[in-house]
Design a protein around this ligand. Structure first.
Ligand SMILES: Nc1ncnc2c1ncn2[C@@H]1O[C@H](COP(=O)(O)OP(=O)(O)OP(=O)(O)O)[C@@H](O)[C@H]1O
Length: 270
């Protein structure tokens, strides 16, 4: 399928944090990653590196393999080819929960909250699990209070602490999913369409939250997102997936000007 066009890692035209170039070894390295199911190849020969503090966004037409790639990196599906390294350690054969313990945090396209459980209890449970406890054993209420309060403050949900998840707006649910992720202080965050289902009015605040996690906290982020207006000014680099392969990997400006990428989106707005 050929190699994607790639640019040097690091900030893109002033859009990045600038931290990437200073650090020599990548947080994440994929080499020839592939996944097939039922005789069909879904992800094929994907290779790239992500530096500490970098924001890499994934775009591509529906069915291009973006979520499948995230499933491989987070360990939900086993790779059928290639390898995945986190901080230089080969994690290709590691289970999803082991990868999470190593600092690989993930959100999903569809909401994964318990409707009757309060915002604070979601975060408390995640803190308990991140601390090595089991989800099955509920520790005393009030445990992990500092972590819980911190995660809710960072995501702007402090005033919703005692609200059941079912009463949150879509944007607040997405923020809660981020709070659940943040309480484990992930080394690498994989966000799969965090704007999905969120009303247009709530998109700017959610975008700003993700921006602050990246810029102010220095989080390393991989994010699937269809809306280019969200990604411009947020992503250091754009990765374009097409038919399971990495078609291009470059600065947002270069990707948007790329004729091959335009061709992949034929008839669709990029
Ligand atoms: N478990 C599976 N079994 C069979 N086919 C699958 C499986 N998971 C994904 N696929 C197929 O793999 C292709 C890629 O799907 P994937 O969800 O990764 O694409 P995507 O780029 O994330 O799409 P979207 O933007 O619509 O979310 C699709 O054709 C999908 O039907």
């Amino acid at each position: 399928m050929g190699s994607p066009k790639t640019a040097p890692r690091g900030g893109a035209g002033g859009t990045g944090s600038g931290r990437a170039a200073a650090l020599p070894s990548p947080v994440l390295r994929l080499r020839g990653l592939g996944w097939g199911v039922g005789g069909a190849t879904i992800v094929e020969d994907v290779s790239f590196e992500v530096q500490e503090g970098e924001f890499l966004a994934f775009i591509g037409p529906n069915g291009a393999g973006k979520t499948s790639l995230f499933n491989l990196v987070s360990g939900l599906n086993p790779a059928t080819a290639g390898s995945i390294e986190l901080d230089g350690a080969d994690i290709t054969a590691r289970a999803a929960h082991a990868r999470a313990r190593l600092g690989l945090g993930r959100t999903f396209q569809t909401s994964s909250l318990w409707p009757a459980m309060t915002v604070a209890d979601h975060v408390r449970l995640a803190a308990q699990a991140a601390g090595g406890g089991s989800y099955r054993i509920w520790r005393q209420a009030g445990a992990h209070t500092r972590q819980v309060v911190g995660a809710l403050e960072r995501t702007g949900l402090g005033h919703r602490a005692e609200t059941p998840a079912r009463d949150l707006s879509h944007g607040e649910k997405r923020k809660l999913e981020l709070a659940v992720l943040l309480v484990g202080e992930p080394r690498l965050m994989l966000l799969d369409e965090p704007m999905a289902g969120v009303s247009a009015e709530e998109v700017p605040a959610l975008t700003e939250l993700i921006r602050s996690l990246h810029r102010e906290e220095g989080r390393t982020v991989l994010m699937v997102e269809h809306h280019m207006d969200v990604l411009l000014g947020l992503a250091d680099r754009l990765a374009v997936m097409h038919h399971g392969t990495l078609l291009a990997l470059d600065t947002p400006q270069a990707v948007m000007a790329d004729a091959t990428v335009q061709q992949a989106y034929l008839g669709e707005e990029l």
